[in-house]
Design a protein around this ligand. Structure first.
Ligand code: FE
Length: 341
């Protein structure tokens, strides 16, 4: 018969084993549309702080969403990290996300940058202003997205194609403020001013302005930040030939969008996943993550990086970004109708 001490040791050993297996089980799986080096260091910090293991799978935004859809309930993913509210809305509609409530997230992230029902949350902000060739264009000639349709900019504007979510969200914001008719007229006039058929990404539009193929382009801010600090000297040289103009400062403000995150419907580590999202809006994480991605912190009061500060302050459109998702289909339809390639 075992002595009392032996029993006590056995019980203690069992408890230790149990604790160890619980500690081992604490993990969270992320599908991220952000490149590994733009997020990995901050995840490592979370691992060190919490002992929760983070497994990261990176991929293209649309491919990751497709993967979530095809894996369904069997998906190992707990968190989806991706860009653009329009895309997060798409994931919500595809029923691969779940609604969560967190006081930390609700108290940190301004209301317009998260889903009203809690299906997705913004982590950083980006703007989509006008860039201009300052050797040929004076800022006094610019004012708004609407004014890009003026006859003085005939064949002078560059913008990427309409199948891009950033443009779809820009058009959706236009519909939300101005209605469908005005938006259709705006798009129709805008494409008449294009210097060339839409091609390439936002960086290519900046390069085209620098090369004199066009005078103006509409691009996301972080691409300019990335080019200015690029290892490729041609990108640096091109970026230095343009400046940012913040449009619609006398009206609704410059169009902004988010990078964000959501908990998947299939999540088996929900508590750890929520803990990670809450960590990503903490002061240190916000500072690092926004700076690394050349984006604006989503948390009010956190300073933007030096490079972003050098572009000056601007009035951002205060539209609730879930509307970009709600109006996406209409935006695509109007772009088609107007013939935006
Ligand atoms: Fe992008």
């Amino acid at each position: 018969m075992k002595t009392f001490i032996q029993k006590l040791y056995a019980t203690l050993a069992f408890c230790l084993m149990l604790t160890a297996s619980i500690a081992q089980a604490a993990e969270v799986n992320i599908y991220s549309a952000r490149k590994e080096d733009l997020i990995k260091p901050i995840l490592e910090k979370f691992e060190a702080n919490t002992n929760i293991k983070v497994n990261l799978i990176t991929g293209k935004a649309d491919a990751l969403l497709q993967r979530l859809i095809s894996e369904g309930k069997n998906s190992p993913a707990d968190i989806l990290i991706t860009t653009d509210a329009g895309r997060l809305h798409r994931a919500k509609n595809a029923e691969v996300l779940q609604s969560i409530q967190s006081d930390v997230l609700a108290n940190t992230i301004p209301e317009q940058y998260r889903d009203p029902a809690g299906f997705w949350y913004g982590l950083t902000l980006r703007a989509r202003p006008i860039v201009y060739a300052y050797d040929r264009v004076k800022p006094g000639q610019l004012s708004s997205y609407e004014a890009l349709t003026n006859s003085e900019w005939r064949q002078k504007v560059c913008i990427r194609s309409s199948d891009n979510i950033y443009n779809q969200s820009l058009v959706a914001s236009f519909i939300a403020h101005e209605g469908e008719q005005k938006t259709l007229s705006w798009i129709s006039a805008l494409i008449k001013n294009l210097a060339r058929p839409p091609q390439g990404g936002d960086r290519d539009q900046i390069k085209a302005v620098a090369a004199g193929q066009c005078d103006l382009a509409v691009v996301n801010t972080y691409y300019l930040g990335g080019m200015l600090t690029s290892n490729d000297e041609n990108e640096v040289a091109a970026a230095k030939k343009v400046k940012i103009f913040w449009p619609n400062q006398d009206s609704r403000g410059t169009h902004v969008n988010i990078s964000g995150a959501a908990i998947t419907a299939s999540s088996k580590n929900k508590a750890s996943a929520i803990q990670l999202l809450e960590f990503l809006v903490s002061n240190d994480a916000q500072q690092w993550y926004a700076e690394k991605n050349f984006e604006y912190p989503i948390k009010p009061g956190i300073q933007a990086s030096e490079i972003l500060k050098s572009w000056g302050e601007f009035k951002a459109d205060s539209l609730s970004l879930h509307q970009l998702g709600d109006l996406n289909a209409k935006a695509v339809m109007l772009m088609d109708q107007a013939g935006w390639k």
